[in-house]
Design a protein around this ligand. Structure first.
Ligand SMILES: NC(=O)c1ccc[n+]([C@@H]2O[C@H](COP(=O)([O-])OP(=O)(O)OC[C@H]3O[C@@H](n4cnc5c(N)ncnc54)[C@H](OP(=O)(O)O)[C@@H]3O)[C@@H](O)[C@H]2O)c1
Length: 312
C-alpha cells in the first residue's frame, strides 16, 4: 500500500496550501482587512487614490530566468498585494525586471490590481515608441498606468509621444524621473510648464533638498510625487545598525528603522507615494507597515532628523 509518511504529508500540505494561497491571492485580498486599512493619497489631477507605499524593482526583480530567484520574488510580490500595495515602478534600464514583474503578476492573477509604472530610456522618437511598446508587452499591461521619461533623457521628443498616447488611451498618466539633487531645478521647471501627472525623484531623511522647491512646486501645481531611493539604496540602515529606535516612535506606529525612514518621507503632505525596493519578503512586510497608522507631525519630523544627525 502506498502510504505517505507524516513528514511528507505535512510537506505536501504546506506546498498545496502555498500554491492555493498564491493562486487565490486575488480573491483573498478582497477580504483582507489590511487592504481596507491601508492609507491612500489622491493623484491630484483626478479622483483616483493610490496606496502610499509602492515598490521599486531596480536590481531586485532583475532575476532573468533563474527559477529560485523568481520564486523568491513571487513571494515578495504576493506579500505586497496581500498587504494592499498596488504601485510597481520599473524601467527598461532594469534588465529583466519589467518582464519578471509581468510574468509573476500573471502567475499570481493580480495584474488587474496593480498600478504599473515604467519608463522610456532611450533617444529618438521611433526608438522611444519601440521601447514603450516592448515595455507594455513585457509588463502585460495595455494600457500602462504610468509612463515616465527616465532621467529626463530626450524629454522633448518623448513627451510628445506620451501626450499623444495619453489622448489615445494607451497610457493613463505621464511623468518624469530623476535621482539626484542636481536635477531638481530642471524638474521644477517641467512641473511649472509641462502639465505633468507625476514626478519621481530622490528624497530621504538625510537628503532633504527636495523640500526646498521641488515638493512645494509639485503640490502647488497638482503633480503627484513618487519618492525613489528612500533608504539611499540601503545605506541609511548602515548608519543605524545596532541602535535602538527612540521610545516615542511607538506613538506613530513605527516598529522598525525602515518604517522610521519611510514615515519621515510620508509625513510630508506633498508626497503621494514612496517606492522602496527589496528582495526579501520580511523587508517587504516591514516596508508596507509604513502605510498604516499614525503619521508624525511637523515637530516630530524635526526630532526624527535629529536622531539621525546626532549619529553622524
Ligand atoms: N532615475 C530613476 O528613475 C530612479 C533612480 C533610482 C531609483 N529609482 C526607483 O526607486 C526604487 C527604490 O530605490 P533603490 O532601489 O535605489 O533603493 P532603496 O529603496 O532606497 O533601498 C533599497 C535597499 O534597501 C534594502 N531594504 C529594503 N527594505 C528594507 C528593510 N525593511 N530593512 C532593511 N533593508 C531594506 C534593500 O535590501 P534587501 O533586498 O536586502 O531588502 C536594498 O539594498 C528603485 O527600485 C527604482 O524603482 C528610480
Amino acid at each position: 500500500m502506498n502510504t505517505l509518511s507524516r513528514r511528507k504529508f505535512l510537506h505536501l500540505s504546506a506546498a498545496t496550501t502555498a500554491s492555493l494561497y498564491l493562486s487565490n491571492l486575488s480573491a483573498m485580498t478582497i477580504h483582507n482587512p489590511l487592504v481596507s486599512n491601508i492609507l491612500t493619497r489622491q493623484i491630484p489631477k483626478c479622483e483616483e487614490r493610490i496606496p502610499i507605499v509602492g515598490m521599486g524593482t531596480w536590481q531586485t526583480f532583475d532575476v532573468g530566468e533563474n527559477a529560485v530567484e523568481r520564486a523568491n520574488m513571487k513571494k515578495v510580490l504576493a506579500a505586497f498585494v496581500e498587504m494592499g500595495g498596488t504601485l510597481l515602478d520599473s524601467s527598461p534600464m532594469y534588465g529583466s525586471s519589467e518582464e519578471v514583474v509581468g510574468d509573476l503578476a500573471t502567475e499570481l492573477g493580480v495584474l488587474k490590481q496593480l498600478f504599473m509604472a515604467t519608463k522610456v530610456w532611450t533617444t529618438g522618437k521611433n526608438a522611444g515608441i519601440d521601447q514603450m511598446k516592448a515595455s507594455m508587452q513585457k509588463m502585460k499591461s495595455d494600457p500602462i498606468d504610468l509612463l515616465q521619461v527616465h532621467n529626463l533623457l530626450d524629454f522633448k521628443t518623448h513627451i510628445q509621444t506620451l501626450r499623444k498616447w495619453k489622448a489615445e488611451g494607451k497610457i493613463r498618466y505621464l511623468g518624469v524621473t530623476h535621482y539626484t539633487d542636481s536635477a531638481h531645478d530642471d524638474l521644477v521647471k517641467l512641473i511649472e510648464t509641462e502639465s505633468l501627472d507625476f514626478v519621481q525623484f530622490n528624497y530621504s531623511i538625510l537628503s532633504r533638498h527636495a523640500e526646498k522647491e521641488l515638493l512645494p512646486a509639485a503640490q502647488a501645481n497638482g503633480v503627484a510625487t513618487l519618492i525613489n531611493r528612500p533608504y539611499e539604496s540601503g545605506s541609511l540602515f548602515r548608519k543605524v545598525k545596532g541602535k535602538q529606535l527612540p521610545e516615542w516612535a511607538e506613538d506613530y506606529d513605527i516598529k522598525s528603522w525602515g518604517q522610521f525612514f519611510l514615515k519621515f518621507i510620508l509625513s510630508n503632505s506633498a508626497v503621494t507615494c514612496v517606492i522602496p525596493a527589496t528582495s526579501k519578503e520580511h523587508h517587504l512586510r516591514d516596508n508596507m507597515g509604513a502605510a498604516f497608522g499614525a503619521m508624525p507631525d511637523a515637530k516630530t519630523r524635526e526630532k526624527m532628523v535629529k536622531v539621525l544627525t546626532d549619529l553622524e
